[in-house]
Write a protein that binds this ligand. Sequence first.
Ligand code: HEC
Ligand code: HEC
Length: 317
Amino acid sequence: MSAAASFRRLLLPAGALFGAAFVSIQFIHPPLENPPVTGDFQAPVAVKSIVQRACYDCHSNQTNLRWFDKVAPVSWQVADHVQEGRAGLNFSTWQSLPPADQKAKLWESVNQIIAGAMPRTDYTLVHPAAKLSAQDVTVLKQYVASLAKNPPADTAKRNAADRQYRHWQPTQAVPATVPVAPNGIAYLPDYKNWQAISTTERFDNGTMRVVFGNAVAVKAIRDKHINPWPNGTAFAKVAWDQLADAQGNVRPGAFKQVEYMLKDDQKYAATKGWGWARFKTPELVPYGKDALFTTECIHCHQPMKNNDFVFTQPLKH
Ligand code: HEC
Ligand code: HEC
């Protein structure tokens, strides 16, 4: 008997076996259910059609599985993604979210899209129609921005903010006892002497933000040694209210909060190598009921996991 013939004799039963196994696994996993839509996402058609096309398969109760999504073992992974996706964000129960949470979810969505984390690439590979164009992203961004109230021109507020800013800048304005976050990280007044690395405005809630980096961060940027960032790197992100004057010029108003990320891959190994802390209001009230507040930080910084969890990228030149 020739080698080829004996190979075929082996292959046939192997193929049959594989076929039988393939058929039988189709019955293992329960089919994915579509629960009722109780309060669908409402938005202008241009916006809604983008979200429906790119997000609804995993973030709504109107999952539309194609035949290849229903074939095990692929279907098991699809079902997991849909369950997990719906748990974090479900456009079919949208109306049950308070308006502030709706805005926050949309803002987070736009950030995840810009970061390239959503829609998931393992999904767009097989559902290319769900890919978003630059134009789609602009439409979503403009929509989220339009939800923000335009800051009112308010002279009293502006003067109060000026007084606070004059006080903030020269003095270290630290309360008698230094506030400490629930995970043990103390407020660091020194960030005012660090270097500003970038400024952004959060278009959905009317704040202006500056990200400061300490000397280690600045050196790392110069040495192009930023992924991972070296131990000792520290970032502070400060947010102010956004105010407008009568001419519509936008400027910082009252201090809202400062947040820190402190790099130490040993000490903070349990929280992705970073120590996280947030202090709110001019009284610098530590944020978080207990040390678990950091999961919230990490969750939102997750799309940047391939950039050591840091959003701010120094300007390339
Ligand atoms: C193939 C399924 C899939 C698609 C399509 C998809 N997502 Fe997701 N999404 C997930 C999964 C799974 C998670 C949770 C785990 C993770 O981050 O991967 C998630 C998490 C999120 C989160 C975080 C939710 C939270 O817990 O606060 C946001 C925001 C998000 N997705 C937005 C979007 C947007 C906007 C789109 C469309 C542009 C989209 N996703 C498309 C599967 C998907
Ligand atoms: C809703 C999503 C979200 C949550 C929650 C969040 N961040 Fe961020 N963070 C961002 C984004 C987006 C940036 C990028 C700068 C910007 O656009 O404001 C950022 C930037 C930062 C920076 C500057 C360094 C960098 O990554 O660019 C620090 C420091 C920071 N965050 C700390 C924290 C801490 C501490 C917490 C938890 C108490 C936290 N963040 C929770 C979204 C989030």
